[in-house]
Design a protein around this ligand. Sequence first.
Ligand code: EPZ
Length: 416
Amino acid sequence: MQLLINGGISPRGSIDISAAKNSVLPILACCTMCKGTVVLHNIAPFGDILNMLSLLKDLGAKAEWDNGIATIDCSGINKWVVNASYANRIRASICLLGPLSTYGETIEIALPGGCNIGARPVDIHIAGMQKLGFDVEQGENLVCIPKSPKSNTIKLSMPSVGATQNLMMAACGIKGTTTILNAACEPEVQDLADFINLMGGNITGAGTPNIVIDGGVQLHGGQYTPIGDRIVAGTYLLTSALGLGGDVTTVGVNPMYCQATLKILQDMGCKIGVGKDWVRVQSDGRLQGIGHIKTRPFPGLATDMQAQLVVVLSLAKGKSIVYENMFENRFGHVSQLNKMGADITIKDNSLIINGVGKLAPQQLQATDLRCGAAMVVAGLAVDGLSTVDNVHFIDRGYFGIENDLKKLGLNVIRSE
Ligand code: EPZ
């Protein structure tokens, strides 16, 4: 399957953004701790989300998606082995460790999959579970034994998003107060805590490095609308910064969640408008490159925006330097952009970008989810026909990207 992109068109229009993949995935895992049916709204059938629903069904739950709504009932869960055929399709399968551990059973879970952007170990998840009194052995699978579960204070060696989410959920199942120090502050962590509190839990401090969980309360079911996807929104907004001019609005994402990206676009010369849940990016031609930008934990620049931003910077005037501090193998887009005529040099974990006025159409490949999104953005930037292969990577985190881009007047067709 390919995307055929006729680029060179100035984007104009507005797109409604669905729930954030990286919120919905841990929330779906958390449903295994909820007694009763959970109904989630504004859900797009991203590939990763459909995979997580299949994984829950494999454990014995009812888990369906229909017309924007996911309905989950985990009362029928009767299996404590998360097998590799499901687990290694997505990174978020590891986030079942915490919730399933609250059943008091021995859990066996295959190591997670996810985009090939680095080693992505799970040592921080394991260390945290051990602090909570679980024996965790890592062989081919992870085996988690409830030796003597107890609330505790856990200091993460780095602010891992997934580990913060996993340990928050595990701690909800343990009576007493657990504190997570050096926790991730991403909006998707805050959103999971909001979901848990709505379902009867008691978490404070989510969104700060110090999260306190008052555990031992049985969570119940209910209705919830997760936050909008700030990475999908950011990807669409920066199509207005490709030197073609543009006027793009996204609706459904709090601008505070993509502040770092918006600041960069503003510094490059875009006009930014914001409201409670909308963002508008306008530009009228070629932009100015900026000095140094670094990916960082929230509220810093999201690593998931790096590849897409590099496309914008490769077309801007002057020199820019991008440091990728979160993952060690997230430059799959660079050689392909250089094939299009970009001037990007890799130096350790940084990219030295000398902006060029134009890129040429090319046959491109998605090597992971966000590299794929960046290749689509690159195709939109150039006159003529570009193609992007391995569209399944893109479909993991964007639903019908070609249909969304059509709402901006852009010409992208999916060919089987
Ligand atoms: C989440 O991955 C997101 N995925 C990623 O989005 C995102 O890039 C990442 O957070 C950082 O924001 C989901 O939420 C499903 P981490 P996660 O644990 O939780 C290292 C996308 O494109 N680390 O914060 O796996 C790790 O190797 C995806 O939507 C350990 O060393 O990220 C990485 O270098 C890609 N040991 C850094 O920490 C651990 O036990 C950040 O990882 C865990 C992580």
